[in-house]
Design a protein. Structure first.
Length: 92
């Protein structure tokens, strides 16, 4: 049963050679403002909570250091607070 379902799903996927895939790929490549793994992130400024206090930061503050950009959508959404705490503990 799972094999049949898998074959059906894979037959519905867009193949890289189709025009639609190329159009979507070109659009996202040219207008995607988000950083990619191992690529330089765009300069930004914003507020962060550091040691319980709000602080204005910018990417340039961390020049020459490894940086992890970690975002979550909003408070009280599907991102579990325990995941945020676990992520922080792994950094320590």
């Amino acid at each position: 049963m799972y094999r049949q379902l898998f074959r059906h799903i894979t037959s519905l996927t867009i193949k890289p050679t189709t025009g639609l895939f190329q159009t979507i790929s070109q659009r996202t490549h040219h207008c995607n403002p988000f950083p990619a793994i191992s690529k330089q992130a765009p300069e930004f400024k914003g507020q962060a909570v550091i040691n319980g206090s709000f602080k204005e930061i910018q990417l340039a503050d961390y020049k020459g250091k490894y940086v992890v950009l970690f975002f979550y959508p909003l408070d009280f959404t599907f991102v579990c607070p325990t995941e945020l705490v676990a992520f922080n503990e792994k950094l320590d």
